[in-house]
Design a binder for this molecule. Structure first.
Ligand SMILES: O=C(O)CCC(=O)C(=O)O
Ligand SMILES: [Fe+2]
Length: 315
């Protein structure tokens, strides 16, 4: 059964003024109760958002042979993936099945030489536009991480100090509209390996799990849907929840959803932060180097919560 309930909507317009404390508490409560919320007035220019969605749309409209130049190599998650045209090998079967959307996944920060070949060069403004968006979105992720800590009564940098040299990835999911098709696209239910994720949704199609029920998210125009990823569940010792969610096509329109993930660096060690263990609470998750976590996440496939469940040492 799927129900329509609204995930909390938080207006960041007053976040640098007198309302900040109240907003921080609302954000922390949303992270504890839902693992999801939406932000409006987040400061990212509407025109930049439109430009970035436009370059991705243009990319997906390129002929397959053009997109094939940026195809995901075996053993990697970087690049273009299509459920049938890119003929997934054994490794990639974890990620792509007959109902998976076509998607483009790239790491934009850090900019490593081994990832450059999968970064699209067409349309020609693509990389510059995405670069601009990545810096703006990074600012929103970092602002929210500060507000989340303040909302728990902690120092502003209690979470953020664990993100020296953070990473930013974008996965853009394209669900074409085909009037006759059923199952043109659906993402498997999964939790994100990130610390936080910002989702730009063009038309609704995301569902989140709440009390064993799928809840449809009505995306706000120009808003970002924000969710807690596995790294923040670990850092917060389970107070913030990295929730199962799945995306699907829209019944009547083409849908493009752009997920922007904020990550620790590969060498960062993730573990429940000391500030949340001061009152004698025991850590619920083992320490893990993020690079190792991510490797396990990729190997297991983005299905359900397999990787974070492996890190759990007690409830
Ligand atoms: O919006 C969607 O279709 C799902 C996006 C998502 O959860 C992801 O890319 O991680
Ligand atoms: Fe996701």
């Amino acid at each position: 059964m799927t129900v329509e309930l609204e995930i909390p909507v938080i207006d960041l317009a007053g976040s640098e003024g007198a309302e900040r404390e109240k907003l921080c508490k609302e954000i922390a409560r949303a992270c504890e109760q839902w693992g999801f919320f939406q932000v409006i007035n987040h400061g990212v220019d509407e025109s930049l958002r439109k430009r970035v969605l436009d370059v991705y749309t243009d990319f997906f409209y390129l002929p397959p042979e053009e997109k094939m130049k940026f195809v995901v190599p075996e053993g990697s998650m970087e690049g273009w993936m299509h459920p049938t045209l890119t003929e997934p090998s054994g490794f990639l079967k974890n990620f792509v099945g007959p109902h998976t959307p076509e998607f483009l996944n790239n790491t934009w920060l850090p900019d490593l030489p081994q990832h450059r070949q999968q970064k699209p060069t067409s349309p020609s403004s693509m990389q510059a536009t995405i670069g601009e968006f990545v810096m703006a979105a990074k600012g929103v992720h970092e602002k929210l991480l500060k507000m989340m800590a303040e909302g728990l009564g902690l120092e502003s940098d209690a979470f953020l100090k664990h993100f020296q040299n953070p990473g930013v990835k974008i996965r853009c999911n394209f669900y074409p509209f085909e009037a006759k098709g059923t199952n043109v696209g659906a993402n498997l239910a999964h939790s994100d390996a990130s610390a936080t994720t910002l989702l730009c949704d063009t038309v609704s199609g995301l569902e989140v799990m709440r009390d064993e029920t799928w809840v449809q998210v009505q995306s706000r125009p120009n808003g970002f849907i924000v969710n807690v990823g596995d790294q923040l569940e670990i850092l917060s010792n389970g107070r913030f929840k990295s929730i199962l969610h799945r995306g699907g096509r829209n019944e009547s329109k083409q849908r493009l959803s752009l997920a922007c993930f904020y990550f620790p660096s590969s060498d960062a060690v993730m573990a429940p932060i000391e500030e949340l263990l001061l009152d004698g609470q025991l850590p619920k998750y083992r320490k893990v180097r993020f690079g190792d976590y991510f490797q396990g996440f990729v190997a297991k496939g983005i299905e359900r919560k397999k990787q974070i469940e492996n890190m759990k040492i007690r409830d």
